[in-house]
Write a protein that binds this ligand. Structure first.
Ligand SMILES: [Cu+2]
Length: 657
């Protein structure tokens, strides 16, 4: 046998491979230039076998066919390459078995092959991982069986010398050995392998590229690829998920030479089964995973916010050599994790409301010298004169729970219409409401001049909470903030929870008596007054409320845009965005014209999450496509939360949690 092989190999060395037989131009990648007689070798990353679930150990049949094909290495410029593959794709098929399974592998080396091939399973115990048993000359089939003893994600690859060449040419894949009972559910699973391609000509050359033995030995690949080809997982096979869904990536580094520093820009792995181990606990909260050649990793993360997320080897020069993948996340925007502009105080974000410096003293001093670069730091300088002045305010208050009074709930008002600023410092918990005239400055700041007073507060909230109330007399609830702005360090800030209009303008005709009347009207007579939720063209307001069982909520479309209010998993873009507690019923307001209201009495306690599916429901008009809804506009349509009042709270009081 050895003699036959040696003779064959020798013949190859002398004659070299014959020209490849013409391959059908099948499976052309969409959008790719048609290159005659080539095939698309890219493995679709969603090509993942189903979970093994809870079955007993079994005999698993796996057939791998060694196929040498002319494939597209970089279809955008018409670069082709002679790939050696398992089953015509790179990587080869992902194999999924259970611990204890007997894996019966048949390797069929196609008659059209020019090389001897085999397969070495890292999941197998035995010499060569099965390479000797599976060594097959062109036209031959070999079968061997191994027991999957150890859970984990393992690489397999061709084990025929020169192995590095067979790997570089595309002969690799992953086998997942699941533990008994399987892996936890993930909403999406992807299969990605990193590889290197060594060519004699530099990247960018069109036409058929020749393998370079010298470059392989130098370990200087001309191309780095995910799933076999340049840009394979960006344009042709981007990976998609919706906000709130869990993503699991089965990743292997085929090498043959370089370690991958796998990183997803803008995500943090919630679980990282480092080195592919499923017998060790996963690491958590991982930014970049080191995956050696011939190694693997299982990464999991939750798609938190919509957008495009780039996955790459953080050895970034490799991006220019073709190594990049894209995750597309769709769904409602979530500005809690990141947003443009200065820090805001989202409802319920109690922990993030103190300004401190994140820099060393030296850097703080340096950056407070002025200029844009110093701005952020300046805001946090503890020695800033304004901070010193406000020193008495923050900490005891900041650590207090935010007992926010819902706008329409019972609450004594009128007594603090013109509460002086000095009083704010002295008396925790300070004002929880203010009345005054709202002015929006050109730079986006919202200033509240307290009614019949010279005092002014800078209001902190989501920027557009105020847009429709500019130049109106308003009532705001919230708490004193500790943000000191560079522009006006002497002006205290007030973190806003709710905004209510008291009068449509700030004219002098509004008297304290009229104001009290407006406040009383707004407060309602009873302790379980109906609650109104406004709908601007950006948001539900307030974003979160707590009501009593039996309380009525009225939504009012206070914008100039059609809206709806939907809590029905069957109608939401993303099921994770809506929730009805046990005993509650799904609801749907139907389309609401500007000015229209929709009311509902809630009798089942629990958390309700709902959305405006407006753009989806109104899909008959192209402009309101669902993609519109995935943008920042629709993303501002906040979810509402209803919760049973905590026993610690007086009945009828609302709170923000
Ligand atoms: Cu091979």
């Amino acid at each position: 046998m050895k003699v036959i092989l040696s003779v064959l190999l020798f013949l190859f060395m002398i004659t070299g491979p014959e020209p490849l037989p013409a391959q059908p131009a099948a499976n052309q990648r969409p959008g790719a230039k048609t290159i005659a007689n080539t095939v698309d070798i890219v493995r679709d990353p969603t090509d993942v076998p189903p979970p093994i679930a809870n079955r007993a150990p079994a005999v698993v049949h796996v057939t791998l066919s060694a196929e040498e094909v002319l494939g597209q290495l970089d279809p955008s410029v018409g670069t082709t390459y002679r790939y050696w593959t398992f089953n015509g794709k790179v990587p080869g098929p992902m194999i999924r078995v259970r611990q204890g399974d007997m894996v019966e592998v048949t390797l069929r080396n196609e008659a059209s092959s020019h090389m001897v091939h085999s397969v070495d399973f890292h999941a197998a115990l035995g010499p060569g991982g099965g390479a000797a048993f599976s060594l097959a000359i062109p036209g031959q089939s070999k079968t061997f069986t191994f027991q999957a003893t150890t859970p984990g994600l393992f690489v397999y690859h061709c084990g025929t010398p020169m192995i590095a060449e067979h790997i570089a040419n595309g002969m690799y894949g992953l086998i997942l050995v699941e533990p008994a009972g399987g892996l936890p559910h993930a909403d999406h699973e992807f299969y990605i392998m990193q590889g290197e391609v060594y060519t004699t000509a530099p990247k960018g050359k069109t036409g058929l590229q020749q393998f370079s033995d010298a470059r392989l030995m130098e370990e200087t690949p001309e191309y780095f690829v995910f799933n076999g080809a340049v840009d394979a997982l960006t344009k042709e096979h981007p990976m998609r998920a919706n906000v709130g869904e869990t993503v699991r990536v089965f990743f292997g580094d085929a090498g043959p030479n370089d370690t991958s520093s796998l990183h997803v820009v803008g995500e943090i792995s919630t679980r990282d089964y480092e080195l592919g181990s499923l017998t060790s606990p996963p690491l958590t909260g991982i930014q970049t995973t080191s995956v050696p050649p011939g190694g693997a990793a299982i990464l999991e993360f939750t798609a938190s916010v919509p957008g495009q997320f780039t996955m790459m080897d953080h050895a970034m020069a490799r991006m220019a050599k073709g190594l990049m993948a894209v995750f597309e996340v769709r769904g409602a925007q979530n500005t809690a994790f990141m947003h443009d502009g200065p820090a805001e105080f989202a409802s319920g974000s109690q922990a993030s409301t103190a300004w401190v410096t994140g820099l060393s003293q030296a850097d703080t001093t340096r950056s407070s010298g002025g200029g844009d670069a110093g701005l952020a730091a300046t805001r946090g300088v503890s020695t800033h004169p304004a901070d010193a002045k406000e020193e008495a305010i923050p900490n005891p208050m900041r650590s207090m729970p935010m007992h926010m009074v819902s706008a329409k709930a019972e609450h004594p008002r009128g007594s603090n219409l013109t509460r002086p600023v000095s009083a704010l410092k002295a008396a925790p918990p300070g004002p929880t409401e203010l009345n005054g005239c709202l002015t929006l400055l050109n730079d986006g700041r919202a200033m509240l001049k307290v009614f019949q007073s010279t005092k002014t507060y800078r209001l902190e909230a989501r920027p557009l909470l105020f847009s429709e109330n500019a130049n109106r007399l308003i009532h705001v609830t919230g708490e004193l903030g500790s943000v000191v702005a560079v522009e006006d360090p002497s002006i205290p800030s007030f973190v806003v929870n709710t905004v209510d209009e008291l009068a449509p303008n700030c004219s002098a005709k509004v008297t304290p008596a009229l104001l009290r009347k407006a406040l009383a009207k707004a407060a309602g007579a009873g302790t379980v007054a109906p609650l109104t939720v406004g709908m601007s063209d950006m948001a539900f307001m307030p974003a979160k409320i707590v009501i009593k069982v039996g309380q009525k909520v009225t939504w009012k479309d206070s914008s100039e845009v059609i809206h709806n209010v939907v809590d029905d998993a069957g109608k939401a873009i993303n099921k994770a965005d809506v929730h009805v507690p046990e005993g509650g019923k799904p609801f749907d307001s139907g389309l609401m014209q500007p000015g229209q209201t929709f009311a509902r009495v809630f009798t089942a306690p629990g958390v309700y999450r709902y959305v405006c599916t407006l753009h989806e429901a109104n899909g008959m008009k192209g402009v309101w496509s669902s993609s519109e809804c995935w943008g920042w506009r629709c993303g501002r349509l906040r979810k509402e939360v209803f919760e049973r009042p905590s026993p610690a709270l007086p009945v009828g009081l609302g709170t923000v949690t």
